[in-house]
Design a binder for this molecule. Structure first.
Ligand code: COA
Ligand code: AMP
Length: 640
């Protein structure tokens, strides 16, 4: 295809690689610094170098205070729209400033100071965002844990982050049910070795929770007292390289990785991305339809839109069922949203419920310019359906928790490049994305390989894992020396367009949520009747992938297999959480293995997905593959 372009992208991208310090030094001018960095990049600092090493700043100042100072006080910072509770509320920059000052003082009251960790285990309510910004204000390091995770997952994060205080709410609200958070929190604290000094609990009227005397404190009462007494917290100067937050993400074992984000690089890169990638201007209304528990929520519900002086929608609801498949169109029209960022799965859900787009009728989408999709591969069918329906560009873009902002995208703000369906388009300025073979040699265009990024990573990307420098090096920097390993496979075409085809590790993507099958296998193996197991991700029309577990029972187990299957499904829900969407376990007699004993998960997946497959030459006993296929067919898999 003809990819000649009027876009400024080729020139901006080339400059970002040719002269990274010049490029990022200029972008840093858009930030308010307490002490302006003299060093843009120090190659000797940290593990692969650090950005803005001698800069001093405050993230909350840049997100809130400076906009009030510049006259945006009356503009909405957040627009809270919660169909599950029937609430709508605009929080202006001025109100937000008062709230973060007060809540910062509340945290100070519990002895939380610069460098202390605070875990936030909360639903999508304004208080959660206020808490994140209040932590940033006082230099405390927040770690937000997604509400759909179970107690054990929360406990693992508590033990790793060792928070002084945990912030939580009495409940979350899912369509048709209220999820009590408090029992999960209590159980997590019971399971954890590192006990927090205090819990600050937001009581929601939908389901209040009993308080634990001596440990739990009422959020509303503390806030009211701070405001009554005029207590406020000032912005604490932080080094650009100090950690702003830790976000845990699935690793290849059950132990999640604590991705660290720093202040300075995060500020500069995210602020640049709002215009450079997303084409958004200050004052516009932007909506990231994600959850604050995920990186998309951190970066594009909370931080980037606020750094850039936008109004950001905080939506507590789903694309369908709250109340119908027109929910997204309602929010866009009601709040004058110019761009929406969500996961393809949300659009697949809407498409399934309302293929003709009937719910769009009567909705005013005149301000709406662009739809951005990420979190999983955007299938061309869904993209084309959305383009036809909404009559706006639909942009697939690719990134990870680790990067914190897009690595490959169509840079709308620099002038959009021609779209190639199935490709998230081109490497974002700052990212030198390559495709290499096992020998770490770049492959020819069109050839699949490992997608890697040449070091150093640009500002905003993880400098390390929380207190685990060695694990950081092993996980990301060792296999392809000189590069960061993304653990995604893909290829580049002759025009430099990048195609991301899937993970090279055990991570699967369920409704845009990143989950480790290894972690699920650990749970299945812990069941007393299970001898061995394998979990694979099987293709799903709605969620992209869903997990499916194969289990071999121990000799002498007399229970009916269906009973064990039910028990392991409950066990995963209990240990990892409902977000794993683990609903299918199949008892089999044997698992297919190589002669050296490795379970052939890749071939099992191909069979389950009805993809072409060949019998691996290394298989120990080919008959087992037929047995597995029969078991799959009985359960509705391997239909082709
Ligand atoms: N707290 C507690 N439970 C939660 C939760 C939360 N914050 N979020 C999800 N869950 C539960 C759900 O209720 C569901 O439980 P169930 O098994 O009892 O039904 C389970 O976790 C799986 O949730 P989800 O992945 O949301 O699937 P769903 O079937 O409820 O909805 C979609 C499907 C497509 C509508 C939904 O995945 C969606 O809205 N996706 C949007 C994309 C997105 O947010 N991606 C994030 C990365 S950008
Ligand atoms: P997370 O860290 O949860 O954001 O998940 C990151 C992973 O999701 C990536 O490594 C990819 O495997 C996948 N992913 C995210 N966005 C895309 C995309 N646009 N296309 C293909 N895969 C994607």
């Amino acid at each position: 295809m003809d990819t000649k372009t009027e876009s400024r992208y080729p020139e901006v991208y080339a400059r970002s690689l040719r002269d990274p310090t010049g490029f990022w030094g200029e972008q840093a001018e858009a930030i308010d610094w307490i002490e302006k960095p003299k060093t843009v990049f120090d190659p000797k600092a940290g593990i692969y170098g650090r950005w803005f090493t001698d800069g001093v700043c405050n993230t909350c100042w840049n997100a809130v205070d400076r906009h009030v100072k510049a006259g945006r006080g009356e503009q909405a910072a957040f627009i809270y729209d919660s169909p599950v509770t029937g609430q709508k509320r605009k929080i202006s920059y001025k109100e937000l400033l008062d709230e973060v000052k007060a809540f910062g003082a509340v945290l100070h009251g519990f002895g939380v100071e610069k460098g202390d960790r605070v875990i936030i285990y909360m639903p999508m309510v304004p208080e959660a965002l206020i808490a994140m910004l209040a932590c940033a204000r006082i230099g405390a390091i927040h770690s937000v844990v997604f509400g759909g995770f179970a107690a054990k997952e929360l406990a693992t994060r508590i033990d790793d982050a060792k928070p002084k205080v945990i912030l939580s709410a009495s409940c979350g609200i899912e369509p048709g049910r209220t999820v009590a958070y408090k029992p999960l929190l209590d159980e997590a604290i019971k399971l954890s070795k590192e006990k927090p000094q205090a819990v600050i609990l937001l009581q929601r009227p939908q389901q209040e929770a009993p308080m634990t005397a001596g440990r739990d404190h009422d959020w509303a009462a503390l806030r009211a007292a701070a405001i009554r007494d005029g207590k406020t917290a000032d912005c604490v100067p932080c080094l650009a390289t100090d950690p702003l937050y830790i976000i845990y993400t699935s690793g290849t074992t059950g132990v999640p990785k604590g991705v660290v984000r720093d202040h300075g690089g995060h500020l500069v890169s995210l602020n640049w991305s709002m215009k450079g990638i997303y084409g958004i201007d200050p004052g516009e209304t932007w909506w990231a339809g994600s959850d604050i528990g995920w990186v998309v929520g951190h970066s594009y519900i909370v931080y980037a839109p606020l750094f850039h002086g936008c109004s950001s929608v905080l939506y507590e609801g789903k694309p369908i069922g709250t109340p119908d498949a027109g929910a997204y169109w309602r929010v866009i029209s009601e709040h004058g949203v110019v761009s929406l960022f969500t996961a393809p799965t949300a659009f697949r859900a809407i498409k399934k419920e309302d293929p003709q787009g009937k719910f769009l009728s009567g909705k005013d989408l005149s301000k709406f310019r662009t739809l951005f999709l990420a979190g999983e591969r955007a299938d061309p069918d869904t993209i084309q359906w959305a383009e036809k329906l909404l009559k706006v560009p639909v942009i697939d873009h690719w990134w990870q928790t680790e990067s914190g902002w897009p690595m490959v995208s169509n840079p709308v703000g620099l002038g959009a490049m021609p779209v190639k369906y199935g490709s998230p388009t081109v490497a974002v300025p700052g990212y030198d994305v390559r495709v290499v073979d096992e020998q770490n040699k770049e492959v020819k265009p069109g050839t699949m390989g490992a997608v890697v990024v040449k070091l150093p990573l640009p500002p905003g990307c993880l400098p390390t894992l929380w207190h685990q420098d060695e694990r950081f090096k092993e996980s990301y920097l060792t296999e392809f020396p000189g590069y960061y390993k993304t653990s995604d496979a893909g290829y580049k075409d002759e025009d430099g367009y990048i195609f991301i085809m899937g993970r090279t590790d055990d991570i699967i993507n369920v409704a845009g949520h990143r989950l480790s099958t290894g972690g699920m296998e650990e749970v299945l193996s812990s069941h007393p009747d299970v001898a061995e197991c394998a979990v694979i991700g099987v293709a799903d029309q709605l969620k992209g992938e869903v997990p499916c577990g194969f289990i071999v029972l121990k000799a002498g187990v007399n229970k009916p297999p269906a009973e064990v299957e039910k028990e392991v499904v409950s066990l995963v829900r209990e240990r990892i959480g409902p977000v794993a969407a683990f609903k299918l376990a199949i008892v089999v007699n044997r698992l297919p293995k190589t002669r050296s004993g490795k379970i052939l998960r890749g071939t099992m997946k191909k069979i389950a997905d009805s993809q072409p497959w060949t019998m691996p030459a290394t298989i120990d006993d080919p008959a087992i593959m037929d047995e597995i296929k029969t078991s799959m067919k009985e359960r509705g898999l391997a239909a082709g």
